[in-house]
Design a protein around this ligand. Structure first.
Ligand SMILES: [Zn+2]
Length: 273
């Protein structure tokens, strides 16, 4: 194949138009057309990532994502945000992180998909039905008013969920709700209100899982918090985003796209092959 490609280019090929994943047409200057299957075209991997908690570190992460043209979904606890950025507002294992401002959501996060992470980051199962509804409904309303577009996803604050939480999220009009659980096979999605990701961003088997999905093609979705304390951690996440973006098999997608049957990333749950 390599020899064939070289020979065709040697004959005066001026361009290559890819009409499908599997087949490219090389167009010669003289108008002759050759069908070739380039060796570098592989199975597609549809990659989504979700970052939780709307912390100030997200802003540096967003610069990295933009540098590599990566899509991402940010899970925002709208009720914990104020007009101004707040430093030392979010304690995590002995380190204080800051929270972004409402203005950041309107101006900076608006270039990305935004999901609700509840109003006040309260674990839903412990709440009364009334409190639970307020967390899922009011957070959606606030985010939509700031962004001027529908908010389709929900991320369970602190991870726990139960049937009542799933029903509250569904009733509020969300398309999907993410848990903190993993699954080796994202598709088919049997319960969009209990979405599982492939892996956490800092999991030791991150690339092993990616390579496993890539071998057959499909969906690879990961999540995390930008709780980075050291430059080494920033270098690690930038290297991950760069490697994914530079992989020709990767197509970045918004998380909501995975739940849109029209996009076709997953077959319907009842599809039998
Ligand atoms: Zn959280």
């Amino acid at each position: 194949m390599k020899q064939q490609t070289v020979a065709i280019f040697g004959a005066g090929i001026t361009g290559m138009i890819c009409l499908s994943v599997f087949l490219c047409h090389a167009v010669a200057a003289q108008g002759q057309v050759e069908n070739i299957k380039p060796a570098e075209v592989t199975n597609k991997v549809y990659v989504s990532q979700i970052w939780d908690d709307a912390i100030l570190n997200d802003l540096r992460l967003i610069e990295i994502l933009k540098k590599y043209k990566a899509k991402a979904t940010f899970a925002v606890d709208a009720g914990n945000l104020t007009e101004k950025r707040r430093t030392n507002a979010w304690p995590v294992k002995g380190t204080m992180f800051g929270k972004v401002s409402i203005d950041d959501i309107k101006k900076i996060y608006s270039e990305f998909e935004v999901a609700s992470h509840g109003l006040k980051h309260k674990g839903l199962p412990k709440l009364s039905a009334e409190e639970m509804q307020r967390e899922v409904v009011e957070s959606k309303r606030l985010l939509e008013s700031w962004l001027g577009r529908p908010v389709k996803g929900f991320v369970y604050p602190g991870c726990p969920y139960n049937d009542a939480a799933k029903e509250a999220v569904r009733a509020a009009g969300y398309l999907w709700a993410r848990t903190c659980e993993n699954t080796p096979d994202f598709c088919p999605v049997t319960d969009p209100m209990a979405m599982r990701t492939t892996v956490g961003f800092n999991a030791a088997n991150f690339w092993q899982e990616f390579d496993r999905v890539k071998a057959k093609g499909g969906v690879f979705t990961f999540w995390g918090h930008a709780f980075f304390r050291t430059e080494a951690e920033w270098a690690d996440i930038e290297a991950k985003i760069a490697r994914l973006s530079q992989d020709p098999s990767v197509v970045w997608v918004n998380t909501s796209d995975l739940f849109d049957p029209a996009k076709g990333f997953c077959p319907p749950p009842d599809a039998k092959k």
